[in-house]
Design a protein. Structure first.
Length: 211
């Protein structure tokens, strides 16, 4: 594959990934999600600021930004791994919002679902365990980002390009979680809203009982 095609693949992925669905959802609700909560345009902040009914479609669309370009890349003569990496880069550095986009988790998951499904399934199992145990979606995302390249190296031995692209995606995710890492260390990171509601519900004693 020529350098021109490699560059075109990255550019096509970047263009697809740059669509800021979280920001668009906020504008439809008459708000700018960048000015509320954490200021991020991804699923977690959308859920906290305008609710689950908007956050779930944003999550699916952000994942599709990574998956669909990678699916169609071979038909265009382009490398799906580079297209997927471009999509994550476009989401993280969307030019439509001053190159300040989301954290890349959903788009990475979407791309990985096409590029390395076995590694992703194993990584998502760990993701869910961390999320259910801690309630921190950021911690689960960090765990997935750290683990995914190792899983790719194990499941897809010899595919250097895939490993390089997935490693770059994970590094982008980790880079965008620097503030979360600081808050986790300080004990000030907020938990996922659903986890908090379930925890609080279980903590309330049944009527007519006392602790």
């Amino acid at each position: 594959m020529t350098a021109g095609l490699l560059g075109l693949g990255c550019l096509l992925g970047f263009a697809c990934g740059s669509i800021p669905f979280g920001w668009l959802a906020g504008r439809l609700r008459g708000t700018d999600v960048r000015q509320r909560g954490s200021g991020n345009i991804g699923f977690t902040n959308v859920q906290r600021t305008i609710g689950w009914a908007w956050a779930v479609p944003v999550l699916l669309l952000d994942a599709a930004k990574g998956a669909l370009p990678a699916v169609f890349a071979p038909g265009l003569g382009l490398g799906p791994a580079l297209v997927g990496l471009g999509a994550v880069g476009g989401h993280v550095f969307t030019p439509w919002l001053g190159f300040r986009g989301g954290k890349g988790v959903a788009t990475t998951i979407g791309a990985a679902a096409v590029l390395c499904p076995r590694a992703l399934l194993a990584g998502l199992a760990v993701y869910l365990i961390v999320l259910l145990a801690s309630g921190f979606i950021s911690l689960a995302s960090i765990a997935l980002a750290l683990l995914l390249p190792l899983l790719v190296a194990g499941f897809y031995q010899g595919d250097v390009l895939l490993l390089g692209c997935v490693t770059a995606m994970s590094l982008l995710v980790l880079l965008r979680h620097r503030a979360n890492i600081d808050r986790l260390s300080a004990g000030t990171e907020p938990r996922l809203g659903l986890w908090l509601r379930l925890f609080r519900r279980s903590a309330v004693p049944p009527a007519g009982t006392s602790r």
